[in-house]
Design a protein around this ligand. Structure first.
Ligand SMILES: NC(=O)c1ccc[n+]([C@@H]2O[C@H](COP(=O)([O-])OP(=O)(O)OC[C@H]3O[C@@H](n4cnc5c(N)ncnc54)[C@H](OP(=O)(O)O)[C@@H]3O)[C@@H](O)[C@H]2O)c1
Length: 371
């Protein structure tokens, strides 16, 4: 059996296609205008091969927010089943992570697989930079593999989109001031997402190293009132919305500093013994989570506050999806402080992959017959 490159207008931006036994193995930078067909096959199942670069160039945050919101709504209606992150280590910290989900409502079966190699000072934290991620979607009716998607940019985007969905449904509707705590990759995603769901007029960015906060704000010249500040207190005390997106193992935000009625997205910590906000932040807030399963297993903010006797997991008001679909029966009171305590889940990854596949279906992206 031979696989042939059928389309005349093959575009390869970097690196050659490689003949490997019976297959053409293509670099992920291979772009549109390419189709692989197997002339001996009866199958009509065609799998879209969507590179990380294609997602980066063409799939906007606004579209990602819409598809992630739909996935949370499906989860809230109990129309999305999922298995959260499973990790298998190879020794010395190298590991493979997998998440999967299925939804008749979304029309797909889904899996996300990614590798990790710990680097740096803290061997317990997997380096983001050395991960490779692959999103896979299968048609829920036929079982055919519909799309394989390079996942580095998409997993960055889907976290920002999840934070935006939380802000859209949990933060005061007219909130226009945002504090970003941290200035790394996820801080950028958090800001990009927030810009889509609230009209921001005052954005304060604090980072441990001020030059990193200044680098971030230089990338967002279109944002009104964005500036770097010298302390977390200065960032959060007047903010209607706060996003914590650091790798700090200990609290950077104290509840006593927060303004009444504000909303906090705590995104950065997802280990049971690490947290970015203190117990007072949690104890004085109405708390929402992405999924109860991950929160109970990983969310240090909640688990440590519970250990200190100031909070119980039973106090979690609802999962985000229940709010999105209306099942939580919750309406914000004016002075109510809310926290979205996120560990990340298969929900936003699934939603983002469905959005990318819908975008790609009518466009010329590479595809091939898997079997
Ligand atoms: N909840 C989710 O769904 C989700 C999804 C993806 C990632 N995450 C998590 O989000 C976190 C941030 O990811 P990222 O990709 O943005 O990482 P990153 O690019 O490495 O940025 C890390 C940020 O944390 C700050 N930081 C590090 N140690 C600190 C400390 N002790 N005190 C205060 N700030 C500190 C750094 O500040 P300086 O640069 O100024 O030193 C930097 O701004 C990670 O823990 C990641 O696992 C969560």
């Amino acid at each position: 059996m031979r696989w042939l490159v059928a389309a005349p207008a093959m575009v390869i931006r970097s690196g050659p296609a490689v003949w490997y036994e019976h297959y053409w193995v293509l670099p992920t930078s291979v772009r549109s205008g390419l189709a692989l067909t197997n002339p001996e096959s009866e199958s009509k199942d065609v799998t879209l091969l969507i590179s990380d670069q294609t997602v980066r160039d063409h799939f906007p945050m606004s579209a990602c927010i819409a598809s992630v919101e739909s996935a949370f709504a499906a989860a809230g209606r109990a129309r999305l089943e999922l298995v959260e992150r499973r990790v298998v280590a190879a020794g010395d910290g190298a590991r493979i992570h997998s998440l999967s989900a299925a939804s008749q409502e979304l029309g797909y079966l889904f899996s996300l697989v990614y590798s990790g190699t710990p680097t740096g000072e803290d061997k317990n934290v997997t380096s983001v930079n050395r991960r490779q991620k692959v999103f896979t979607l299968f048609d829920v009716t036929t079982g055919a593999c519909e799309a394989i998607i390079g996942g580095r940019h998409l997993s960055w985007l889907n976290t920002g989109a999840m934070g935006a969905v939380a802000i859209k449904h949990l933060a005061p509707p007219d909130a226009s001031s945002l504090a970003i705590i941290g200035s790394g990759r996820q801080a950028r995603a958090a800001l990009l997402g927030a810009l889509e769901v609230r009209a921001l007029k005052d954005v304060r960015v604090w980072s441990r190293r001020r030059e990193n906060a200044e680098r971030l704000i230089s990338e967002f010249p279109q944002v009104r009132g964005i500036r770097a500040v010298d302390s977390v207190l200065e960032a959060v005390r007047s903010a209607e919305m706060v996003a914590t997106v650091t790798t700090s193992p200990t609290p950077v935000v104290e509840g006593a500093w927060l303004r009444p009625g504000c909303h906090v997205n705590t995104i950065g910590a997802h280990y049971p013994d690490r947290r970015e906000v203190d117990t007072a932040t949690i104890a004085g807030s109405t708390v929402f989570v992405d999924t109860m399963t991950t929160a109970a297993a990983e969310k240090g903010e909640l688990l440590l506050a519970e250990r200190e006797g100031a909070f119980s997991l039973a106090d979690v008001r609802a999962e985000l999806g229940q709010v999105v679909c209306g099942a939580a029966d919750w309406e914000r009171r004016p002075d109510e402080r809310t926290v979205f305590a996120s560990c990340g889940s298969a929900v936003e990854a699934f939603g983002a992959a469905v959005g990318v596949a819908a975008w790609a279906r009518d466009r010329e992206v590479p595809s091939f017959e898997l079997a």
